[in-house]
Ligand binder design. Structure first.
Ligand SMILES: Nc1ncnc2c1ncn2[C@@H]1O[C@H](COP(=O)(O)OP(=O)(O)O)[C@@H](O)[C@H]1O
Ligand SMILES: [Mg+2]
Length: 156
């Protein structure tokens, strides 16, 4: 029982999906979840769970050409962004990210580190580290707004 309170170890994709589902069930309008981790860490897998937790039957994918995919058939709209291919700050302005980030849906962002200044300070951060094979360590932190989520996830 030496695990730090805001960290969860996932032993496989299904477990990461289930963690995402819990996050999706707890999400509130206007929430912003930033997902940080290398390619293949499981950001999209987590997002698929989040989408299911919102009650949508859609499957989230890593978008190749679009940077924002809207899923509108859940309890809240999910705006799934992937900034992996972002090139310049102009791209960001053109995307109109703020309409999503300050809207009434849930924004889930892969590769937010590509544009660190583009996001509200009030956000939940999920950092996914590859430990070995299919083991991942998820570290979840957030501003006060997200205390209820951390409380539910870690029951402190
Ligand atoms: N514990 C785990 N959690 C999430 N994905 C895992 C895990 N173990 C293995 N994987 C595999 O790693 C890949 C993660 O892919 P993906 O979610 O698209 O990553 P990312 O979006 O971070 O690039 C998938 O092929 C998945 O099956
Ligand atoms: Mg991805």
């Amino acid at each position: 029982m030496s695990q730090i309170r805001n960290q969860i170890t996932s032993v496989g994709p299904d477990e990461t999906w289930a963690i995402g589902k819990s996050l999706g069930m707890l999400a509130q309008p206007g929430d912003v979840f930033l997902l940080i981790g290398q390619l293949g860490a499981g950001k999209t897998r987590l997002t698929q769970g989040i989408l299911n937790g919102l009650g949508s039957e859609n499957i989230a994918r890593s978008p190749t050409f679009v940077m924002v995919t809207e899923h509108l058939n859940g309890r809240l709209p999910l705006y799934h962004m992937d900034l992996y291919r972002i090139g310049s700050s102009d791209d960001l302005t053109e995307l109109g990210l703020d309409e999503y980030l300050y809207g009434d849906g849930l924004s889930v962002v892969e590769w937010p580190d590509r544009a660190p200044d583009a996001f509200p300070r009030n956000h939940l951060e999920v950092r996914i580290e590859v430990l070995s094979g299919s083991k991942r360590q998820l570290t979840i932190s957030g501003s006060d707004k997200y205390e209820h989520i951390l409380g539910e996830m870690f029951r402190y």
